[in-house]
Write a protein that binds this ligand. Sequence first.
Ligand SMILES: O=C(O)[C@@H](O)C(=O)CO
Ligand SMILES: [Mg+2]
Length: 254
Amino acid sequence: MPIAFSANLGFLFTEYALPDAVRAASRAGFKAVELHWPYATPAADLRAALNETGLPVLGLNTVRGDLDKGEFGLAALPGRETAARAAIDEAIAYARAIGAQNVHVMAGRAEGETAERTFADNLAYACTAADAHGIGILIEPLNARDVPGYFLTDIAHAARIIDRVGAPNLRIMADCYHMQIVGGDLLTRLTHHLPKIGHIQFAAVPDRTEPDHGEIDFSWLLKALADAGYDRPFGAEYKPCGRTEDGLGWLKAF
Ligand SMILES: O=C(O)[C@@H](O)C(=O)CO
Ligand SMILES: [Mg+2]
């Protein structure tokens, strides 16, 4: 099965304004793009670049909240439901404007059963609102070294939340970088949860740069995941060591 890649424009091609980053990703051979927080860019400008290149947008994130206070998402924060749902509405509206396939709803720093219930309720709201437009909702476990106190760190926990919410358009964004730090055993765990996975991302571990070195052999792992049935583009979400184009040897090798 041929393997395709998505460029995460939150980290890759940041040398360019976002519409030109889409064009650069297309020139480099990526078959899709994904975004972090594109809201400062007029959707029409982005849509023009997407139409021009024909690249699909796999997803974008809800805003994190008050960065000065260290917020990293709102959806699992008890008492912040109004802000969380406004962030979800904003993300869905932007996703519709550019034709993005998914919205990643960021949980935030929280713990315990009340946070879990808040997250599940906000996700149910997001899933209903997104489903009306054919958009999926993603949740992503993040490692606690990079994001201390983040509500969701473990893929098995993400799977339990999906069962609890019970919405057909809710899936996991499984990031190999975070998962390796949170327990490794990537092929077995990813394959086990594959029916619930909507997107897979990757970067070298531990330095989160180009995926051609470090603890994980991606030339083996990504082929094994494709053999196991994962048939969507893999999201390259790493921090380039220099200019993005200068570090694309791994892409050419695939
Ligand atoms: O892994 C990450 O950091 C991203 O996928 C993200 O969306 C949250 O920062
Ligand atoms: Mg990620």
